[in-house]
Design a protein around this ligand. Sequence first.
Ligand code: GN1
Ligand code: MG
Length: 366
Amino acid sequence: MDRLTTIAQKFAGARAVTELRAFGSGNINDTFLVTIADDLEPHFVLQRINTHVFQQPALVMQNMRIFTQHVCAKMQREPEQVARRWAVPRVLLTVDDRDHWVEPDGSYWRAISFIDGSETLDIIQDIAHGRAVGYALGRFHYLISDLDPTKLADTLVGFHITPQYLADYLQVLAAATPSDNREVNYCLDFVRSRQEWAQVLEKAKDDGKLPLRPIHGDPKVNNVLICTMTQQAIGMIDLDTVKPGLVHYDIGDCLRSGCNPLGEETPDWEQVRFDTPMCRAILDGYLSQARGFLSGDDYDYLFDAIRLIAFELGLRFFTDYLAGNVYFKVKYPTHNLDRALVQFGLTASIEAQEAEIRSIIEDLRR
Ligand code: GN1
Ligand code: MG
């Protein structure tokens, strides 16, 4: 038996592992879809947690448990919602009842249930898909809107704290070898001219305008489960970054991902545009679930959130390129530079359409 199958078998118990293949397109963890001899539940998802990024994986598992208990209890108290399917992935245990398995080399493995009849798509398909993605994030936030964020551990210190990413960037830049590449220079100028504004959400948080809430942390398009029969959103996966934060990080992340029809891996960075009709559809789907818990201040910072999280992801990719690709997985040496250019192109398009995006937000908040 090969090593991966042996690890999968720890979670499969007596049921034989019959197939195992790489799954999804994550930039951090390694993910596999496992097939086992079980008629009722023939698949599960096996993941190796990147412990360079998540240095305390036990806390990631603890957050997942707190999150799942809260959401399942809340869904049980709301029978009228049960009519529309919403699935929460379960953490699977090893034969000796542990929620993870550590290999002799220290690698950290865990398994979660696979939601049957669902799929995820890397790129937004159409307006209906956009509305479904927005609905999913709204439903997700609604279900945890009454979970005390202090119950969740901070599993990734500095995550989505833009001023911290800027400080890291300046440090990496100071140590980097100067280059005269046109695209690198574009990125350097792009960041330089936005440094002051990049404090916007953290400042609003410090000023008491935006509260800490439990968030998903990574609500991009391919983390929304779509039912293969109805095309409706039926859940959200990738719960590693569920932790205290601003809902603005999530809303910004969902829109930077959903309103970029070319996708974040496109080689055509100069063609990247922020799609405003899609922005309306996603926000409309989101607000169908989220209206009840958003304040006036929350709405006031939505535009900045959309602009900031696109910029921030560009900054994170660019920093990682300059640092020699130590955080995000890459397929070639300039992969993170190309990804940064896509996010900066998207940010520029958001800035160019500021008036229109603000008017969509004003329309929908009424
Ligand atoms: C990373 O690994 P993945 O693809 O789920 C990253 C997100 C980025 C995303 C960009 C913990 O997520 O913040 O938005 O790449 N996750 C972490 O695709 O840094
Ligand atoms: Mg993720």
